[in-house]
Design a protein around this ligand. Structure first.
Ligand SMILES: Cc1cc2nc3c(=O)[nH]c(=O)nc-3n(C[C@H](O)[C@H](O)[C@H](O)COP(=O)(O)O)c2cc1C
Length: 242
């Protein structure tokens, strides 16, 4: 399986999205996948301007001559896109949405009926399957519900296979190796297992996803510790990786 992981976290390698992604990709590579990581923050990708030139004037080709041109070529070659985004305001980052909007040259404007619903026709024989990876600051896993629903709808829109989502609430647990080494190790090895399952099974087991999302401390303690961290960060005028 050829995987292109598109990481649209503005904090790039300092962020928890990257930390989780690296563990998943380690497993995917071990299971035989060919993996490429793209940090969208490093690229120049303009917003879609809605001109539809990529559908009517130059079919399949966007008016913008920016870094999306080469990214689209990589996407076309991939079997799987791993959409790696932190949760921002209950959704994906603007950077990720910008990349996804710019993927419309991959589809054809004509409409067909698929399972009783209007969809655009695929321009390519093969649209890569999509797996989601996300982290968020809050404690509860249901914070991802809106993002997961959006991702599933995007897959239907592009007629791409949805392979599932690796989700980690309380993202900064991944940064607490000194305080909770065993707990962090369990989450990281579950993330690696998710990468193995992605390649071997084209999806994730519930057990593995639960282990990735597992919160090893009660919510009250999390809330208290998070508030203490914010107080200390405000005092120092500095957050973890800023
Ligand atoms: C602009 C912004 C919006 C955010 N919105 C949410 C949110 O709606 N729910 C949540 O649980 N966390 C939210 N967070 C927290 C991030 O998901 C969390 O800090 C995550 O670790 C960021 O990813 P990174 O570590 O890769 O930078 C938000 C953070 C930022 C900066």
């Amino acid at each position: 399986m050829k995987i292109i992981a598109i990481n649209a976290s503005p904090t790039m390698k300092n962020g928890m999205t990257s930390a989780l992604m690296e563990n998943v990709l380690e497993g995917a590579k071990e299971a035989g996948a060919e993996v490429e990581v793209i940090y969208s923050q490093k690229l120049k990708i303009n917003y879609c301007i809605g001109c539809f030139n990529c559908w009517v004037k130059t079919p399949g080709v966007c008016v913008h001559k920016d870094d999306m041109v080469s990214l689209l070529e990589k996407i076309k070659e991939a079997d799987c896109i791993m959409v790696c985004t932190p949760l921002y305001a209950d959704g994906m980052t603007a950077q990720m949405k910008t990349v996804i909007d710019r993927m419309i040259p991959l589809i054809d404007p004509h409409i067909e009926n698929v399972d009783g619903h209007n969809r655009h026709v695929k321009r390519l024989k093969k649209i890569p399957a999509i797996a989601l990876l996300s982290v968020c600051g809050f404690y509860e896993k249901d914070n991802f519900d809106g993002l997961v629903d959006h991702m599933k709808r995007i897959c239907k829109n592009f007629q791409a296979e949805y392979l599932g989502a690796v989700l980690r609430p309380f993202s900064y647990l991944l940064n607490l190796e000194n305080l909770m080494p065993e707990e962090v190790k369990k989450v990281r090895s579950a993330a690696k297992q998710a990468g193995i399952e992605l390649v071997k099974n084209r999806g994730f087991s519930e057990e593995t996803l639960e282990a990735v999302a597992h919160n090893p401390i009660p919510k009250d303690f999390f809330n208290q510790s998070a508030n203490d961290l914010w107080d200390a960060s405000i005092k120092n005028g500095k957050f973890l990786h800023s």
